[in-house]
Design a protein around this ligand. Structure first.
Ligand SMILES: Cc1cc2nc3c(=O)[nH]c(=O)nc-3n(C[C@H](O)[C@H](O)[C@H](O)COP(=O)(O)O)c2cc1C
Length: 185
């Protein structure tokens, strides 16, 4: 299958089978993640791999919009000590690229995944820090839940030609943030 098919196949999975993700696949997910581009190749990222059931449950219980039963969480963090030196403002893009690579690699490995947002919400950052013992100078950007999927979702694009301009921006065009009546799931 080619890369474009995996990009379309990546959907947010919110129900998982009770099967552990193999260590080899976890390593492959991390290798894919750390293949992402970063500003000036600064690589300000760090990753917390959580597959201990007790810690996963503690984490899940703190996440209002992340109570899904995935057997693996990879928490993508930006280390502000590593982001220093003029690159600090790029850490969100750098870590987001790393996060997206995890989700796409999961599809390539026959796994489902979902991005659970943490940064920039203090009400989510704080409990995640507490459960995972994350120091102040490290900021959790988001959580990739990964596992064997227990739901079928169709591949799709959300291509919308109205969002595309030719050569120059046209301020006269009006459009919605997203199509009317679209369910976020
Ligand atoms: C930054 C970010 C944060 C997200 N946070 C959550 C979340 O907390 N809970 C959740 O169920 N989905 C979350 N999602 C997944 C989106 O709801 C999902 O990507 C969107 O509805 C499109 O569906 P798709 O991923 O299947 O294409 C998040 C996605 C992004 C990019």
């Amino acid at each position: 299958m080619d890369i474009l098919e995996h990009i379309m196949m990546r959907r947010s999975i919110r129900s998982y089978l009770d099967i552990e993700v193999e260590e080899e696949k976890i390593t492959q997910l991390l290798q894919a993640s750390m293949a992402a581009p970063t500003a000036c190749n600064n690589q300000p990222w760090e990753f917390i791999v959580v597959n201990d059931k007790e810690i996963l449950n503690k984490l899940r219980n703190k996440l209002t919009f992340g109570k899904y039963n995935a057997p693996l969480a990879i928490v993508v963090c930006g280390n502000m000590e590593l982001a220093k030196g003029g690159y600090e403002n790029y850490w969100v893009q750098d870590c987001s690229a790393a996060m997206e690579n995890i989700l796409l690699a999961a599809s390539g490995l026959g796994l489902g995944s979902i991005w659970i947002g943490v940064y920039p919400l203090p009400s989510v950052i704080k409990p995640v820090r507490e459960v995972l013992n994350i120091p102040e100078y490290v900021i959790p950007l988001g959580i990739a839940y990964v596992g064997y999927t227990d739901e079928n979702k169709e591949p799709r694009t959300q291509y919308n030609e109205k969002r595309v301009y030719n050569q120059q921006y046209a301020t006269t065009r009006k459009h919605r943030a997203r199509p009317k009546n679209l369910k976020h799931l």
